[in-house]
Design a protein around this ligand. Sequence first.
Ligand code: NAG
Ligand code: NAG
Ligand code: NAG
Ligand code: NAG
Ligand code: NAG
Ligand code: NAG
Ligand code: NAG
Ligand code: NAG
Ligand code: NAG
Ligand code: NAG
Length: 740
Amino acid sequence: MNQSQTYPLQFRHFTQKWISVRCSSSSHTHLLLFILLLLFASGFASDQDWDGVVITQSDFQALKSLKHEFTDSRGHLRSWNDTGYGACSGGWVGIKCLKGQVIALQLPWRGLSGRISEKIGQLQALRKLSLHDNALTGVFPNSLGSLPNLRGLYLFNNRISGSIPPSISGCPVLRTLNLNNNKLTGTIPSSLANSTKLYRINLSFNSISGSIPVSLFGSFSLTFIALQHNNLSGSVPDSWGGNETEKKINQLQILTLDHNQLSGTIPATIGNISSITQFDFSNNNFTGKIPTSLSNLPNLTHFNVSYNNLSGSVPYLLSERFDPSSFVGNSQLCGYITSTPCPSPPPQTLPSPPPSSSNHRDRKLNTKDIILIAAGALLVILLLLCSVLLCCLIRKKAAKRNNGKKTGQAVSGRGEKGVPVVGGEIESGGETGGKLVHFDGPFVFTADDLLCATAEIMGKSTYGTVYKATLEDGNHVAVKRLREKVAKGRKEFEIEVVELGKIRHPNILALRAYYLGPKGEKLLVFDYMPNGSLATFLHARGPDTLVTWPTRMNIAMGIARGLRCLHNRENIVHGNLTSSNIVLDKQTNPKITDVGLSRLMTSAANTNVIATAGTLGYRAPELSKLKNATTKSDVYSLGVIMLELLTGKSASEATDGVDLPSWVASIVKEDWTNEVFDVELMRDASNSGDGLLQTLKLALHCVDPSPAARPEAQQVLRQLEEIRPEMVARPGDDSNKAAA
Ligand SMILES: *[C@@H]1O[C@H](CO)[C@@H](O)[C@H](O)[C@H]1NC(C)=O
Ligand SMILES: *[C@@H]1O[C@H](CO)[C@@H](O)[C@H](O)[C@H]1NC(C)=O
Ligand SMILES: *[C@@H]1O[C@H](CO)[C@@H](O)[C@H](O)[C@H]1NC(C)=O
Ligand SMILES: *[C@@H]1O[C@H](CO)[C@@H](O)[C@H](O)[C@H]1NC(C)=O
Ligand SMILES: *[C@@H]1O[C@H](CO)[C@@H](O)[C@H](O)[C@H]1NC(C)=O
Ligand SMILES: *[C@@H]1O[C@H](CO)[C@@H](O)[C@H](O)[C@H]1NC(C)=O
Ligand SMILES: *[C@@H]1O[C@H](CO)[C@@H](O)[C@H](O)[C@H]1NC(C)=O
Ligand SMILES: *[C@@H]1O[C@H](CO)[C@@H](O)[C@H](O)[C@H]1NC(C)=O
Ligand SMILES: *[C@@H]1O[C@H](CO)[C@@H](O)[C@H](O)[C@H]1NC(C)=O
Ligand SMILES: *[C@@H]1O[C@H](CO)[C@@H](O)[C@H](O)[C@H]1NC(C)=O
């Protein structure tokens, strides 16, 4: 016993000796000696805890009682004999002491049954109690609450009953409480939060009932909360991270509350806990919507809200990131793959635009809106020319005055906006007597603002002419004026356009409003994208402007993502996907335009568009026979765009008189594959040929002459993600925030 105290001294002695030796010589033998010493020393160092002092009488009595109440059928506790002499010097199995007091009692997997004696409360120095994976029964010992130094309590996988006593607050430094898979009942004492060091709590697989104490969620220290498979009820409190003044956020990583009877809504504030990785609220009775704030959690890897009573649509980024099985079992939840599509808005009463005041009740004012109001209030001074659109010079002055007034109205009306207004916000078309319908979006403008905006032509297509319109607040919007003869009648048009106004995806250009003029003019208002179309970006740039491979890859993936959303979520076939119909935002993220426009057009117009696409080189071969575009013909067009990105050649550019897919195929066949790629890409050595080749293979797969052989947009995306795995999730996109 005394000997054990000398070990640390020897260690120190040897260490010093080694240091002096090492300084005078660098022989390898000494190094070896050092390693051996370290091995010894670490063995001895752990012995250091066995301080060799005789166990205190109180702790000895406590251990005796414990042994007495355990049923030790395998005889593991034989060493716990009556003398107590060796208890604190390593003689007793599972005991660790400091100065004669037991600091750790560890007997997992020993086949112990019986119960834990209340005398355990006498082990006042106890820091760790680990009796997991035994067959212990009896009630949870109340006296555990009198252990001021207890840091870890591991009793999982037993059959302990009773409840966790409120006296557990007597363990102020408790860090881990792991009681999962027992037979505990009763409630979770709110005093548990008095253990301010608690960071891991696992009470799963018990029969604990009652509600989750609010105080628990206020605890900043908690990193793991596992309460699944209990009988908890009530709602999940909204008070994450304690009180408002402190503005601290939990470091919570795991929150599993599944298989309980919890109800109420999922608090949006959980979206503040950016550290969270696992979130399971499944198999409860939660109602309401899935908060959009949850889609911004960067490290979330497991998300499950299945089998509740949730409603509304799944935030898009969540439905992108997680399996449908995370959402099933909520009959009123929509908007994820395999779910029913989100219900249509109530059919609009088309003829007379109701005053916007009728919508006031349902809306709430938030900060963003206040800013919008402020911005709106600035919309007082008016604009110059009523260019291509409808204003005429003679009316200009009157319009100016009028607008001053109208803007004021619009401000109070739209001030209560913010929540995406399903079906749009209708406003009368001002002077002209038309009708302007807003969907959600950052813009505040009236029909007169729009009609009097300066506009410059950006392009023309079969569907109509696109203008860049500058609103009086300096904001730009893209306005598409549809050709009158090709669009559907007013009523059919409105039914379709309202659907299109609801589509929100980072890679689809958002439709923000539409305008119907008194004489049947139809204008569509979109976000304006400063970088123009992909066709211009790629094919009409200066010789010094490089487009790197990661940029191209990002564009390809974005288009695939947008197309997947169209096909799988919106059930829309694009029908006219070309590099001119892809626009790029400031960060060169692609957005698909002209989405669903075919729905606004007569079928004759659509046939015409398909024919044009053929001349441009994007039309799938089968479309010469079929009249209707399909998801597979869209994938063909996607393949052509990918080939454009790879070769730097435009699809319409005559390449030895054949279309781009045939040209690429012919070169690949000749085994000159590297000739295919844009020289610019070949110059950059960091483009490992592998990624280029794999993308080329995928693109050729997409332009396979047989539609059946082509992959789905979803598969294209998955394969692109495999090629560039680091580019997978790009949450936090602008337009998505606008939708949120
Ligand atoms: C009690 O156990 C210790 C350690 O195992 C042993 O050294 C001692 O001889 C035992 N005493 C009796 C009476 O069995
Ligand atoms: C928890 O701590 C608060 C103050 O820190 C104290 O007022 C309260 O009595 C404690 N609760 C229990 C059950 O010990
Ligand atoms: C909690 O216990 C359950 C059941 O044994 C286990 O699956 C889970 O990993 C534990 N969770 C934590 C955070 O310790
Ligand atoms: C769960 O709690 C409800 C009451 O809240 C009770 O009726 C039911 O028996 C409990 N179930 C279990 C398994 O404890
Ligand atoms: C919030 O916490 C701060 C700092 O711990 C404390 O001073 C303040 O009193 C608390 N406020 C409330 C309302 O509990
Ligand atoms: C937490 O999130 C809510 C809404 O999601 C927000 O209003 C609140 O300000 C956030 N709190 C903190 C402390 O960031
Ligand atoms: C997310 O995970 C990464 C890697 O594990 C970590 O470095 C980062 O701190 C985590 N973010 C948050 C907000 O916890
Ligand atoms: C779920 O909540 C609804 C209404 O809030 C209630 O009628 C129903 O009984 C609850 N179901 C369960 C299993 O608790
Ligand atoms: C779901 O909630 C609705 C009301 O929100 C309620 O009528 C219905 O009973 C609930 N369904 C279940 C299974 O709890
Ligand atoms: C979500 O939970 C349900 C029910 O427990 C389960 O069937 C499903 O596989 C889980 N999904 C995921 C992605 O964990």
